[in-house]
Design a protein around this ligand. Sequence first.
Ligand SMILES: [Zn+2]
Ligand SMILES: [Zn+2]
Length: 346
Amino acid sequence: MMKALAAGVPGQAEWIDIEEPALGPGEVLLRPLVCGICTTDVKLVRAGYAGGPRYALGHELVGEVVAVGEGTRWRVGDRVAAAPYLPCGACFYCLHGQPTLCPHLFENSLVPGGLAERVRIPRPLAERGLFPLPEGLPVQIAALAEPVGCCVQGVEDCGVAAGDMVLVVGDGPMGLLCAAVARAYGAASTAVAGLTPHRLAVAREHYADAVIHVGEEDLRERVAQLTEGRGADVVLVAVSSAEAVEAGLGALRRGGVLNVFAGMPQGTTISLDLRQVHYGQVRITGSFGVGPVHVAQALRLLVSGRVDVAPLVTATFPFEDAPEAVAYAMERTGLKAVVIFEEGEG
Ligand SMILES: [Zn+2]
Ligand SMILES: [Zn+2]
């Protein structure tokens, strides 16, 4: 048996004992090294365990191969970053370059999840969703390849180009990462809007040319000042609310692109001025999740130093304190929490 951290009663993470995964042909067993905690984990813990099979929390995983099934190219001792799930590569959406619309997306994922003593990688994921850690990239940094990959997809979907002014609405870890990735894609200037002074301070220092405290300043006015009155070329909304999207639309220039980047609760709707869409020719897009192509690109951005995630990791926890890592993410006192499985791995 092995320990894994799962959602328990609503609002609390809970240790569970589960069978250590057995390996089939082509599969890989990982000993986790580092696992990041993200909003998805917080959402799962808030919702609580509702019966059915138990999964472990955590999907931002870097690990070491400790056992291999027959017929895999991976070797014991390899260190890898894992995509959390896998598009099939063959359906209509995959063939149209939209991997995260794949209806088979969740058929292959980390078993039982990242926050467990051992993690089984099903064969298709081992073949197409594992990436060797680039030389010299610290494991704690590599663990952010998945969230950085999500931002890569968002920024690419917006077509961020050299010279753009990119506004990110939201000062959480994903908002700051979106700004970082937008810069790596050539944005001439970035702005981050939010409500949390300590997060805005990190944004200002590392990722944004301007920060906007939306409790004290008018977003539209500030962005107008920064853009000769036009508005932002691209707006990424990294807050789960209709108000944030509406505020983002208010700060978007004519002909600009807005991306609904954050997941939205069921029933979230906005009222949209269709004149802004027709005469203003704005485009509204959305980006969800991450494909292997984005994780690979994220690793390149991380190893090249074009995206520096170190300032975002504001807390590390040993595996036995993983529930505290989840609580830390819930409290929003810092930015990103990562779990380090063994001392000396960070
Ligand atoms: Zn994540
Ligand atoms: Zn597919």
